[in-house]
Design a protein around this ligand. Structure first.
Ligand code: MRU
Length: 339
């Protein structure tokens, strides 16, 4: 993600790892579409993109309407907030940016808002580094770990949440090998996580999502480490579809389960995971591969792309503010109240 010449430039994750193409977002609609179509994905990266998208919207409205630009921006921001429903970072970033709108009559809003979007971006990188250090400290026996989806540089401002912990722990000599779920149907694990780990020279083996329980039974997996799209006030975690089954398998095999997410992913306004909106995407993501249908003609598909893991299956939630072991409502509230 880079701001260049009044535009936001995004690495198009739909083409990785085969091609490195970029999408230039010069208008709010370009950025909204990029989030909706998963040019950029991963909760923190969606939030940062949204922050830059607000800069685009404000710039556009200021050029059209001069000092009255704020009267026209509500509809823009409402549309942006609907681009993807589950990752709370999207709404969080829009609210943060809105709170920084200058008083009416203050002239061109772009310089001030751009500065604030850059701060949101940098704060996410700083949070990633802090979580990397804290989470790595929980891995006390040298072993292998399992991760799900993509939670690395591509999904964040840089470094990663779960993948940040894995990067730090590998550097500290606490991890031998990373097993990565391929993450059907969009293949974030096979395409993106494997790409990031190979580039970092961290040994990675892909597995079919359905091989996870079998892998855990073989032993030598110390932790399952995942990110989050939204964490409820009671510690329930919405994350990529398949996270819940990985957590059930982990508990059955006495493998510990770690969720790594910045506090921007915690939504204290929802009491439990039952209230988190779960995105359902196009059936074609399941029925086709590279625009080629492979499923039997005539079959339909159900494609929920997130699930909720109850707090009771989670051993640790790692944030930049600290670690919550065996999360519950009280501990989450204490974390969020800490400065
Ligand atoms: O549909 P995606 O690819 O946006 O889903 C991403 C995930 O579920 C990640 O695990 C989550 O956003 C955490 S990323 C740091």
């Amino acid at each position: 993600m880079q701001w260049q010449h009044d535009s936001l430039v995004l690495l198009d994750q739909r083409y990785l790892p085969l091609r490195e193409k970029h999408v230039v977002c010069s208008h709010l609609a370009d950025a909204s579409n990029a989030i909706r179509d998963m040019v950029v994905r991963g909760a923190p990266a969606i939030g940062i993109t949204a922050a830059y998208a607000v800069v685009l919207a404000a710039t556009e409205r200021y050029r059209q309407h001069g000092q009255d630009w704020q009267q026209y921006i509500d509809e823009d921001l409402r549309a942006l907030s609907k681009a993807r429903p589950t990752a709370v970072n999207l709404g969080w970033a829009i609210a943060q940016m809105r709170a920084m709108f200058p008083p009416p009559g203050s002239g061109d809003p772009q310089p001030g808002l751009l500065e604030y979007a850059r701060q949101i971006h940098q704060q996410d990188i700083d949070a990633n580094m802090a979580m990397g250090r804290l989470g790595a400290g929980l891995i006390d026996t040298r072993a292998c770990v399992l991760t799900h989806c993509n939670t690395g540089s591509l999904a964040t401002g840089g470094y990663g949440t779960a993948l940040g912990v894995i990067r730090s722990a590998y550097r500290d000599g606490r991890i031998d090998r990373v097993y990565a779920d391929e993450t059907r149907p969009w293949l974030q694990g096979a395409r993106l996580t494997a790409w990031e780990l190979v580039r970092d020279n961290i040994p990675v083996s892909l597995i079919a999502d359905s091989a996870a329980a079998h892998l855990m039974r073989q032993g030598n997996i110390s932790w399952v480490i995942v990110g989050a799209d939204r964490i409820a006030a009671n510690g329930d975690v919405a994350n990529k579809i398949g996270t819940y089954s990985a957590a059930i398998a982990a508990r059955y095999h006495q493998v510990k389960f770690m969720v790594v997410a910045p506090t921007t992913t915690i939504d204290m306004s929802v009491d439990s995971g039952a209230q988190i909106p779960i995105e359902t995407r196009n059936a074609d993501e399941l029925l086709e591969l590279n625009n080629q249908r492979f499923a039997a003609q005539g079959s339909s598909a159900w494609n929920p792309v997130f699930d909720v893991t109850p707090a009771s299956l989670i051993d640790a939630i790692v944030t930049e503010k600290g670690i919550v072991m065996q999360p519950d409502h009280t501990k989450m509230a204490q974390l969020m109240a800490a400065t």
